[in-house]
Design a protein around this ligand. Structure first.
Ligand code: ADP
Ligand code: GLC
Length: 473
C-alpha cells in the first residue's frame, strides 16, 4: 500500500512528545512490512538542522489562502526507508518553537492546504491518507474539496487540542465555503474545530488505546463534549495501543546509558546508570542504595503533576529521591522549583527538554511516575517498563492497557496502577513500593516488565488490518 502520513511532528527530526515517537515508529514498521510511507511535516527551524546534509528540493508552488498567495517549497529526505516531505515556509515555520503561537490555526491551515496541493501537484500515488491530530485532520476533506477522494484515517492522539478557528476565517484560512460551518460539518461549540472536522469527514477514526476509545465514546472525560461527536461515528471508531520504537529506546544499545543491559544483566546495568544519574543531577551520595523515582513529561495539568507535588513528603519520609525532567505550564514549573529548594536532598529538577537525560532517567530510576488525569496512551510508562523501571500510574487510558498492576494481581505484574479517583492510593503507593524496594521484592516485576512485547512490529498489524478494511469498502 501507498500510505501518506501528515502530522505536526515526527522523530527523528522534531519532537515535543509521544506523537513524534508514534509517527516515526509506526512508519518504519509499515516500511518493514513492505509498504511505502510518505510523511508530510512542517519544516521547522529545529527540523532543518537535522536534514541539512541531505537537503533536496522536490517541488515549489504558491498556495492560495483566502486573499493571499504564499510560497511553499517541498523538501525531501529519506530515513530508514521512510520518505519525508517537509513543507517549507519560513514565515510560518521558521521559528524557534513548534506550537503555541497566536497564529497556530493559520499556520496549520496553511500546512494542510499545502499538503493537499502537493499530493495533487506532485501526482503522488496514494491509497490511504492517515492524518494525526488536529494539525492535519482536515487534509482528507481539503483533498476531496479539490476533487481527489482518498480513503482516510484520523488518529486522535490528544483530544484536548481541538484546533479552533473563527468561523468568519473559514474562507480566508482554509478556502472552504461557510456552508461547511453552517451545515454543522466543522461546527463545534460555535467555532470551527479542525479536529471535529476530521472526525466528521475521515473514513475511520482511531485513538491510541482501547480504554481511551471507550473513555471518549462514553464521555468519561469531557474535552468540551468531543465524545458526543465521536459517538456519531461509533462504528468507525477504533482503539489501537501504541507500540514502542525499539531502535530509539533499547537498554541494550542506548548510547545515553553509561552501561547497557538486558533482562539478564539489569541488576548491574541499572545500578551503574543509577549512580551516574544521581551524580549528574547533583545528589550528594550517588552510591547510596535508596529508591529513585523518575518523571519525564510535559508539565501540564493532563499529567497530574499536582498529584506529584503532594507526594514529595512521602518521598522524603522514605529517604527516597525524585528526579523530574520536563517543561510546561508556568505555575507547575514555579511550584516544582519551590519544592526543589525546600528538599535539595530528595528532589532535583531539570526544567527543559533533553532526550539524553530522559533516557538516563528511564535507565537509572527504580520507579517511574505517571499519575495522569487522562492519558490517551502514554509512552513514558512503556519506555520505563522496557528499561526495567516500574511505572506507578493512574488507571486511565493507555496506562490501563499497558501496565499490569500488582494491586490487581501479583502474577505477571509489571507496575502499580491506582484508581484515578483514589488519590490517596497514589500517596500510599510511594511508601508501599519503597518498602518493597528495601525488602528486595521487585526482581520478578522488573523481569516481567522487561519481557513485555511492546514492539511496533506487533501493533502495526492492527493498522494494516484497518487500512485494508478501508480499502475494501
Ligand atoms: P505526551 O505525548 O502526552 O507528551 P507520551 O508519554 O506519549 O506523552 O510521550 C512523551 C514522550 O516525550 C516520551 O518519549 C518522553 O520521553 C518524551 N519527553 C517528554 N518530556 C520530555 C523532556 N522534557 N525531555 C525529553 N523527552 C521528553
Ligand atoms: C498524545 C497523548 C499520549 C500519547 C501520544 C502518542 O500526546 O497525550 O498519551 O501517548 O499522544 O500517541
Amino acid at each position: 500500500m501507498n500510505i501518506l502520513f501528515a502530522a505536526g511532528e515526527s522523530s527523528p527530526f522534531v519532537k515535543t512528545g509521544g506523537l513524534a515517537d508514534v509517527v516515526w515508529g509506526l512508519s518504519k514498521a509499515l516500511v518493514r512490512k513492505g509498504h511505502k510511507v510518505s510523511v508530510f511535516l512542517p519544516f521547522y527551524r529545529k527540523g532543518k538542522e537535522k536534514v541539512k546534509d541531505m537537503y533536496k528540493w522536490v517541488d515549489s508552488f504558491d498556495v492560495a489562502q483566502g486573499w493571499r498567495m504564499t510560497h511553499a517549497n517541498i523538501i525531501y529526505d529519506q530515513k530508514e526507508g521512510v520518505d519525508f516531505y517537509f513543507v517549507e515556509c519560513d514565515q510560518y515555520f521558521g521559528r524557534d518553537g513548534i506550537y503555541g503561537y497566536g497564529d497556530d490555526a493559520e499556520r496549520f491551515s496553511f500546512f494542510q492546504l499545502t499538503v493537499a496541493k502537493a499530493v495533487i501537484h506532485m501526482g503522488m500515488k496514494v491509497d490511504i491518507i492517515h492524518v494525526h491530530d488536529w494539525q492535519a485532520a482536515l487534509i482528507p476533506l481539503l483533498c476531496a474539496h479539490a476533487g481527489l477522494k482518498f480513503r482516510s484515517l484520523l488518529t486522535i492522539h490528544n483530544p484536548a487540542f481541538q484546533g479552533y478557528l473563527n468561523p468568519m476565517s473559514l474562507g480566508d484560512l482554509l478556502n472552504l465555503p461557510v456552508v461547511y460551518y453552517s451545515d454543522g460539518l466543522l461546527k463545534f461549540n460555535n467555532m470551527v474545530s479542525m479536529l471535529k472536522g476530521g472526525i466528521a469527514t475521515c473514513d475511520a477514526i482511531t485513538t491510541v488505546s482501547i480504554t481511551h476509545a471507550h473513555e471518549l465514546l462514553d464521555n468519561q472525560t469531557d474535552f468540551n463534549g468531543i465524545g458526543n461527536v465521536i459517538r456519531y461515528r461509533q462504528s468507525d471508531m477504533f482503539g489501537i495501543v501504541n507500540g514502542l520504537d525499539y531502535d530509539s529506546f533499547n537498554p541494550e544499545t542506548d548510547k545515553e546509558l553509561v552501561q547497557n543491559y538486558n533482562v539478564k544483566t539489569y541488576k548491574e546495568g541499572k545500578k551503574a546508570n543509577k549512580v551516574a544519574l544521581l551524580k549528574k543531577m547533583g545528589f550528594k551520595n550517588p552510591e547510596e542504595d535508596v529508591p529513585v523515582f523518575g518523571l519525564v513529561s510535559r508539565l501540564t495539568s493532563q499529567k497530574g503533576i499536582d498529584r506529584v507535588l503532594r507526594i514529595v513528603p512521602e518521598i522524603v519520609k522514605n529517604k527516597a529521591k525524585l528526579i523530574i525532567l520536563g517543561q510546561g505550564e508556568y505555575m507547575i514549573e514555579e511550584e516544582l522549583k519551590h519544592l526543589a529548594k525546600l528538599y535539595p536532598e530528595n528532589l532535583k529538577i531539570y526544567m527543559g527538554y533533553s532526550e539524553g537525560l530522559a533516557n538516563l532517567i528511564y535507565g537509572g530510576s527504580d520507579f517511574f511516575l505517571m499519575p495522569s488525569k487522562f492519558e490517551p496512551c502514554g509512552l513514558g510508562q512503556i519506555i520505563a517498563m522496557h528499561y526495567g523501571t516500574l511505572p506507578i500510574v493512574a488507571k486511565v487510558g493507555g496506562l490501563n492497557d499497558t501496565v499490569k498492576s500488582y494491586y490487581d494481581s501479583h502474577e505477571g505484574a509489571t507496575g502499580f496502577a491506582f484508581a484515578s479517583w483514589d488519590e490517596n492510593c497514589f500517596d500510599y503507593s510511594i511508601g508501599y513500593v519503597c518498602n518493597m524496594f528495601y525488602k528486595n521484592k521487585l526482581s520478578t516485576l522488573i523481569k516481567n516488565a522487561m519481557k513485555e512485547d511492546f514492539s511496533w512490529d506487533k501493533q502495526v498489524e492492527e493498522y494494516i488490518k484497518l487500512y485494508k478494511m478501508l480499502l475494501s469498502r
